[in-house]
Design a protein around this ligand. Structure first.
Ligand code: MTE
Ligand code: MO
Length: 202
């Protein structure tokens, strides 16, 4: 009996250990956007890889779907203090995108660009090694428009504002250039485990 009570608490503790400081778990999937949800028809969408102003590669929707796809199961953490455990995504790892483009990363930093004018900066090292993808599917289905259809960046080990919805480009930059929220007081890196929410946080 005592053994059963002891083991019964273990899973809760294991789940709690996956919630970063200042966060609470939610079962919902809140929608957070700085503006209205853009209507992005896959046939009008393309994805452009750039180094500074120079175009390295471009894929239309059909071409992008031909790229090697992987599953990424992860926890996500929004700076507005919700975390969602065990989310299931499928898409093109940034590693596989670079292989398809036939390039090594030309600079140490990148900016993700979206159809709605949103942008966010991420060090290239945080996009490689299976850590990030251009997600095309969530929970076995194509993305919901509010969650970034047809494609969004997914960088789950950083706060979720780094996961640009409606993404249509990745640009390599020489310097770490602030994106939309980073220009408006959010942290340049955004590690949830270090609570890097705002400019000036450690
Ligand atoms: N293009 C775009 N991407 C975006 C945003 C946005 O306003 N525009 N909001 C960001 C923020 S602040 C968060 S917390 C997450 C929310 O993603 P969700 O709506 O799928 O939960 O998307 C991020 N990606
Ligand atoms: Mo956010």
């Amino acid at each position: 009996m005592t053994t059963r009570g002891f083991t019964g608490r273990e899973p809760d503790a294991a789940l709690r250990a996956r919630i970063p400081p200042g966060q609470s778990a939610t079962q919902d999937f809140p929608v957070l956007s700085s503006g209205p949800t853009p209507d992005v028809a896959p046939d009008d969408w393309s994805f452009t890889l750039k180094s500074g102003p120079k175009v390295i590669a471009r894929w239309d929707w059909a071409e992008f779907n031909e790229l090697s796809q992987s599953d990424l199961n992860c926890d996500i953490h929004c700076v507005t203090q919700w975390s969602k455990l065990d989310t299931a995504w499928r898409g093109v790892l940034i590693d596989d995108l670079l292989i398809a483009a036939g390039i090594e990363p030309p600079t140490p930093f990148a900016l993700a660009h979206s159809v709605d004018g949103y942008s966010t900066n991420v060090p290239v090292a945080d996009l490689l090694g299976g850590k990030a993808m251009i997600a095309l599917r969530y929970d076995g289905k194509s993305l919901d428009p509010d969650h970034g259809s047809p494609a969004r960046l997914l960088v789950p080990h950083l706060y979720f504002w780094k996961s640009a919805k409606w993404i249509n480009g990745l640009q390599f930059t020489n310097r770490d250039e602030a994106g939309f929220w980073e220009l408006r007081g959010y942290h340049m890196y955004g590690d949830p485990w270090r609570e890097q929410r705002f400019t000036g946080d450690p």
